[in-house]
Design a protein around this ligand. Structure first.
Ligand SMILES: NC(=O)C1=CN([C@@H]2O[C@H](COP(=O)(O)OP(=O)(O)OC[C@H]3O[C@@H](n4cnc5c(N)ncnc54)[C@H](OP(=O)(O)O)[C@@H]3O)[C@@H](O)[C@H]2O)C=CC1
Ligand SMILES: O=C(O)C1=N[C@H](C(=O)O)C[C@H](O)C1
Length: 246
């Protein structure tokens, strides 16, 4: 089998650099092209089989349209999308195969699974809160991973992400309501990515925590996703599909 040629977008970024390292160290993949803002997407896509994208959600509509035009598989690692941008990605996945995941680490995908199980077991008496911490340069909030954790909690407790999520608390907010799920974003230093899900009841509390200490974890997962996509038909997949956790 010949190597899968990867287009790395945001090549000079923190994740772009890690993806280049991960692609070069995997015998099944090569960097077909590596681009940044201002470089030609069409030229780069023509030289590649799949794209691994960790850039900005502002770039996603343009990238997705180009992938559809060139019929290339897409690994979308960027977070912070608007609902409209998420819909554009889902629409594109009717034509091309896409892995769209807020987090490519095996540990966080285990945390997703554990969070669902804990929510099922602990159930309604427990108050649900999610805390995340990232480096000072992160621009989107809450993190995509925190959002996914809250979505899982919403699915299991039958509440709405849009209506029942409480992003931080300030001032005379009143007592906590039963339905609300609190989300708290800390920013500082060089923290790669910490996430904690809190299940709090009277007399006891469960906390599930994941801490990432290297971006190589995410980059390796994204290359694994690109390889997994190589024989897949059009559709939208996540890292749970890649890892066989569904
Ligand atoms: N799913 C996952 O597992 C993970 C997801 N992420 C997500 O990946 C994204 C990038 O994170 P990170 O690498 O830390 O960010 P960086 O800011 O370090 O890198 C982003 C890169 O994308 C480039 N870029 C920004 N806008 C555009 C554009 N419109 N067109 C082309 N290139 C663009 C930037 O170029 P310039 O500097 O010139 O603006 C930069 O090189 C974030 O959304 C983050 O949340 C991060 C880690 C793991
Ligand atoms: O921006 C980051 O750095 C990270 N972003 C992802 C997210 O928003 O969940 C994943 C990881 O936590 C690092």
């Amino acid at each position: 089998m010949s190597s899968i040629r990867i287009l790395v977008t945001g090549a000079k970024g923190r994740m772009g650099q890690a993806v280049i390292r991960a692609t070069e160290s995997d015998p099944d993949t090569v960097v077909g092209a590596a681009i940044d803002m201002g470089d030609s997407l069409d030229e780069a896509l023509a030289k590649c089989d799949a794209v691994i994208d960790f850039t900005s959600h502002h770039f996603s509509n343009e990238l997705v349209a180009a992938c559809v035009k060139h019929k290339k598989a897409l690994v979308m690692g960027t977070t912070g999308h608007t609902d409209e941008e998420r819909n554009t990605i889902r629409e594109a996945a009717k034509t091309i195969p896409v892995v769209f995941a807020a987090n490519f680490s095996v540990g966080v995908n285990t945390l997703f699974w554990l969070t669902r199980q804990a929510a099922r077991i602990l159930g309604e008496p427990f108050d649900l809160e999610v805390i995340e911490m990232h480096h000072r340069m992160k621009t989107d909030s809450p993190s995509g991973t925190a959002r996914r954790l809250v979505e899982i909690l919403c699915e299991e407790s039958g509440v709405s992400y849009d209506k029942d999520t409480r992003h931080g608390r300030f001032g005379d907010v009143g007592a906590r309501t039963k339905k609300e799920i609190g989300v708290h974003a800390l920013r500082g230093g060089d923290v790669v990515g910490d996430h904690t899900v809190v299940f709090a009841n009277i007399g006891e509390r469960v906390e599930l925590t994941h801490k990432a200490s290297s971006r190589d974890t995410f980059a390796g997962g994204s290359v694994r996703a690109a390889k997994w996509l190589s024989d897949k038909s059009a559709g939208i997949y996540d890292m749970q599909d890649v890892l066989g956790l569904k």
